[in-house]
Design a protein. Structure first.
Length: 301
């Protein structure tokens, strides 16, 4: 069943997929839930907001909670296994540790990248059928888009991780320590390159908006997408260094601080996105619209 009033843009291109311009009631409900949770009193969102928001909310609350519990249990089991292996001074244990770290690093990079790529393709498809687009995003600086907590996470995870890896490499006393240090440093560099590309492309992507309200949603989605797809999970590999008894105690403490200072601010940024980051009020949107109209008239004259 589709929403009869959601016929899409009047000038939609021929051949526009019906799933974009004829959302189901379930998809409309998902979009309305997202908007209401962020302070927008809306009953039925328009086709554009529904098309952008619904794919981001496919899983139910119960499914998300179950997935979070499963992720937590898997993380605890992996960490316990690494701690156990760190007590075994055998070549087999060292190889298993290295393989586990490499697999964890690969998943930390590839899974967010795959999700980001899928959403990017979807939004490119939307851009082709949007008849009228806002000229640009609202005037926000990069620190305002990223948020303070996330800036701390980026700074600690990548520049801080690279510095830690270099120090560990220089202080390595045998082949095993050197391999571990190089593995950690390489993972940080690889993640920095891939996530840096996602970050830049998300910051520079054109706004998908047709009025002040959808422009405000675009700005908020830009922030949430960056927080979702540019993750600091590579810092969890620092846990291997914390439990490596062959590494000097000061460096193990530094690795522990690195893990905490990367992941705790990231958790704070996600909590802020979910519970505290809100859309502008109707009065603020009216002010934005008035300001934009004034600028357009000045430009036309």
């Amino acid at each position: 069943m589709t929403v009869a009033d959601f016929t899409g843009p009047p000038s939609a291109q021929p051949g526009t997929p019906a799933r974009l311009i004829e959302p189901t009631w379930l998809e409309v409900g998902r979009a309305a839930t997202w908007l209401t949770a962020r302070g927008a009193p809306v009953s039925i969102p328009n086709w554009l907001l529904t098309a952008r928001l619904s794919p981001r909310l496919v899983r139910s609350v119960d499914q998300k909670a179950s997935q979070q519990v499963l992720n937590l249990l898997c993380s605890v089991a992996l960490m316990a296994g690494m701690v156990l292996l760190s007590t075994l001074n055998t070549e087999w244990a060292t190889r298993v540790q290295g393989a586990g770290a490499a697999l964890g690093g690969a998943l930390a990079v590839l899974l967010p990248w795959a999700r980001w790529y899928a959403f990017s393709r979807m939004e490119q498809e939307l851009a082709k059928v949007l008849p009228r687009r806002a000229a640009s995003t609202s005037a926000r600086s990069i620190p305002q888009i990223l948020g303070g907590w996330f800036l701390v996470t980026l700074t600690v995870t990548f520049p801080g991780g690279l510095a830690l890896g270099i120090v560990l490499t220089m202080r390595s006393s045998d082949g095993d320590q050197l391999r571990t240090s190089l593995l950690f440093t390489g993972a940080v560099v690889l993640c920095a390159l891939i996530y840096g590309s996602i970050l830049i492309r998300t910051l520079r992507r054109p706004a998908l908006a047709e009025d002040a309200a959808s422009l405000a949603v675009d700005d908020l989605l830009r922030t949430e997408d960056i927080h979702r797809y540019v993750s600091p999970w590579v810092a969890a590999l620092g846990g291997l260094l914390v439990f490596n008894s062959q590494i000097a105690t000061p460096l193990r403490l530094a690795a522990g601080a690195y893990v905490a200072l990367s992941l705790v601010p990231y958790a704070a940024a996600l909590i802020q996105d979910r519970y505290f980051r809100k859309l502008p009020s109707p009065d603020q949107l009216a002010a934005v619209t008035s300001s934009s109209s004034t600028k357009d008239r000045k430009a036309a004259s």
